[in-house]
Ligand binder design. Sequence first.
Ligand code: 13P
Length: 263
Amino acid sequence: MRRKLVAGNWKMNMTAPEAEAAIESCVDLVSLKDNVDVILCPPFLTIPKVRELTKACPIGLGAQDVFWMPKGAFTGQISAPMLLASGCSYCIVGHSETRGRFGKLEVPAETLCYFGETDHTVHLKIGALVAHGIHPILCVGETQVERDAQMTDAVITTQLEIALTGHDPEELDELVVAYEPVWAIGTGNVCDTAEAERVCGMIRSILEDLVGQELAEKLRVLYGGSVKASNAKELFSQPNIDGGLVGGASLDPKEFAAVIAAA
Ligand code: 13P
């Protein structure tokens, strides 16, 4: 039986002082729940504050990205050893926003190359994370155009195959995969529950091929994209949806607490 997992991705929100107020109510709630794992993924500079505030409770700490080299002349980058030293045990990789795949275009089109994550860099980042004992939260998902062209399954299969092929399955024993349809992110347009369950089930069967059946049964597959208190319970009660990767709703302490309660 897989434990439910709710991860809050704060994206580029929350200064350290803002985090203080946001975390209080969720710390109390998480201390009372022993059947759900909760992770917060703040921006890099807010990580130390969140670490301090969650010291006495079982909230896991995650980063939103990592660079694959351990150190060196890579201006502006953050390495896996740095995340480890900051207390992170999880890290998101391959988020659609780092891949430059926006549901709602939030940036000028000419700057999209700045968000240049590829399946290949995702592969390298996973290697760097597992080498340092940090659990990757691998995001996959199709854009609206790909969905309309009925390419959902093919896109996700390619993303998973390139990201995971070549890694030792034993090192992936705490991998988390998040199905995040790009068109559902930040749009309020949540994926239909039956379709989310179908895709998460497909992800699990692809994982069977890539890491073996026993491990695939154990790994958690999350849904992300406009998760909120009102839709979380139905989504999280599906057999192949082991919780959620939550963006906007994780910024509102009451709403996030209700999503955790739903899990
Ligand atoms: P929203 O919950 O704001 O749609 O964001 C989802 C997401 O991208 C989490 O990583």
